[in-house]
Design a protein around this ligand. Sequence first.
Ligand code: OSB
Ligand code: MG
Length: 368
Amino acid sequence: MKIRSVQIYVIQIPLKTPFITHLDTVRERQGIIVEVTDADGNKGYGEGVAFSSPWYTEETVETCLHMLSDFLIPLLQKQTIKQPEEVSHLFQSIRRNHMAKAALETALWDLYAKQQSKPLAKILGGTREKVASGVVVAADSVTRALKDIEKYLEDGYQRVKVKINPHQDYSFLSEIRRYYPNLPIMADANSAYSLKDLDRLKALDELNLLMIEQPLAYDDIVEHAILQKELKTPICLDESIVTFADARKAIELGSCKIINIKVGRVGGLYEAKRIHDYCYDRGIEVWCGGMIEFGISRAHNIALASLPGFTIPGDISASNRFWEEDIIFPEVGVENGFIHVPGEPGIGFKINEKRLQEKLQAKRSFVF
Ligand code: OSB
Ligand code: MG
């Protein structure tokens, strides 16, 4: 792919409103933008989606910078690659650190698609012209949640996900259900429960939720299998699925009926597509997860969600869900509940240089 240089930009932008979960409250979003330039001057972009602290996974912005600078970029400098499919294999000598890997791997996919003058969605095998858009409500009061939902429904979102925990579940959700009897609602627990809470979780069955996401420990697919047998509501796994092998094991064990695929969590688009293909062949529904991301990762999500197995609206919202101003042109918008899949080469969005410079905290350059 004739890579000439890699630039890393670290940015930080405040969220319009705090994103509250039982694990952490995100007010400021730090992120890593990776820019890969080839010998002809084509540029591919990727985004590192780790947070500033390790509350969602073990990675952080700092660990990603370390991995990229000291291991991943040097590997790429040593070895020429023909296609982005080879990158996962190249990175196999480094254990985990999936978000760091995905930041660079996704940039190479964008670059490759631009070199081929094709939309990334088409390169990946996407079949949709638009993807269904869902939104996440991460508030700590039902009044706030209802206000947010009202606004999001006006914006056209098709599905609402609500963050839950043992202090904010049945009465919280049933209040929302009372206002919106027919709304597709799902709940995400981010591992707030254990099997001791079986009755609390069973009580949610009557609320007609689309699914419950990651109710139990992030690393326990055995207990999720036990729970799924007790629940009518489908379980969706998020944190538990960090590799293709995890997806296979969880499906074989009956730990979930649905999988949330996040490109960063699984180490890149190649692994994300492998999980999609495996689920598609077996009739397991998948949807694309979100990471409170900036426009570059959002663009990669749109391309991924255009694959045929993404049958459930994902956590892919408009740029203005989180940001006063995003770092891409045009910004991602939602129209009648859908996001248009770009037809331009690569991710189909340009970088908003002015915004990037305005929010820049640090920059590193690597010449090949
Ligand atoms: O558990 O899905 C999650 C955001 C950050 C970390 C973990 C999760 C989330 C979300 C998605 O819920 C938010 C979004 O980007 O829309
Ligand atoms: Mg989740």
